[in-house]
Ligand binder design. Structure first.
Ligand SMILES: O=C(O)c1cc(=O)[nH]c(=O)n1[C@@H]1O[C@H](COP(=O)(O)O)[C@@H](O)[C@H]1O
Length: 223
């Protein structure tokens, strides 16, 4: 099974289906995030699930424990394979999100967005490096009993060392010559896998390619 989850970031349902259908032979699943969910909600997610690929629902929930737990409960009819919350919501929020999730849903916590670097952290009052921040939040997620974390390929080896049985989602993945766009902590797909990623989230390098199928196949060929 391919470790590639294609990030289908579009509000256009027909386009979302077309990308998933065209790339399906070269991917392990599809990731639907805020852009898609805000446009189409649970109904749209169900339509995408009909394609038969595992669904990663990336809503990055972040609120008080009760609100997050109730939101997770409200999403449970979809039974996504993977669901994201923000690690910085704190231990109780993570514990309650996991308790509210269906048994077969992996709850993973976003540690530090791959679009941020140490200077962005400092601007929010958090000192230290990206590495320190990711490890701090990895420990918190582990202690809370959830399934894994989201981090960049630059930190995944250290995170896996701290949590050998964790599930590690790595976005911010770019082929060697690909434009980073708004991502600041990027690595190649191969480097992320070698460092211990369980799955790779790849969006624009596939979805914005002239031929998404060929792009997914080419990236798969480097793994
Ligand atoms: O949780 C995520 O998937 C995520 C976390 C993170 O730190 N950085 C990140 O880029 N993502 C998501 O991964 C995808 C990356 O898309 P591309 O930059 O187009 O490959 C987007 O859908 C983001 O929402």
């Amino acid at each position: 099974m391919s470790p590639i989850y294609v990030a289908i970031d579009t509000p256009d349902l027909a386009r979302a289906k077309a990308i998933a259908t065209r790339t399906r032979a070269h991917i392990g699943g599809i990731k639907l995030g805020l852009e898609f969910f805000c446009a189409h909600g649970q109904h749209g997610v169900r339509e995408m699930a009909e394609l038969g690929l595992p669904i990663f629902l990336d809503l990055k929930l972040h609120d008080i424990p009760n609100t997050v737990a109730k939101a997770v409960q409200a999403l449970s009819p979809i039974e996504p394979a993977i669901l994201t919350v923000h690690a910085s919501g704190g231990r109780a929020m993570l514990e309650d999100a996991k308790a509210a999730a269906p048994l077969n849903t992996k709850v993973v916590a976003v540690t530090m967005l791959t679009s941020l670097d140490a200077s962005d952290l400092a601007a929010t009052g958090i000192g230290g490096s990206a590495h320190d921040q990711v490890l701090r939040l990895t420990e918190l997620a582990h202690e809370a009993g959830i399934d894994g974390i989201v981090c960049s390929g630059a930190e995944v080896a250290a995170a896996k060392k701290a949590w050998p049985k964790g599930f590690f989602v790595v976005p911010g993945v770019r082929p060697a010559d690909g434009p980073a766009g708004d991502q600041k902590r990027v690595v190649t797909p191969r480097a992320a896998l070698d460092a211990g990623a369980s799955i790779l989230v790849i969006g624009r390098p596939i979805t914005q390619a002239e031929d998404p199928d060929a792009a997914a196949r080419a990236i798969g060929g480097t793994l």
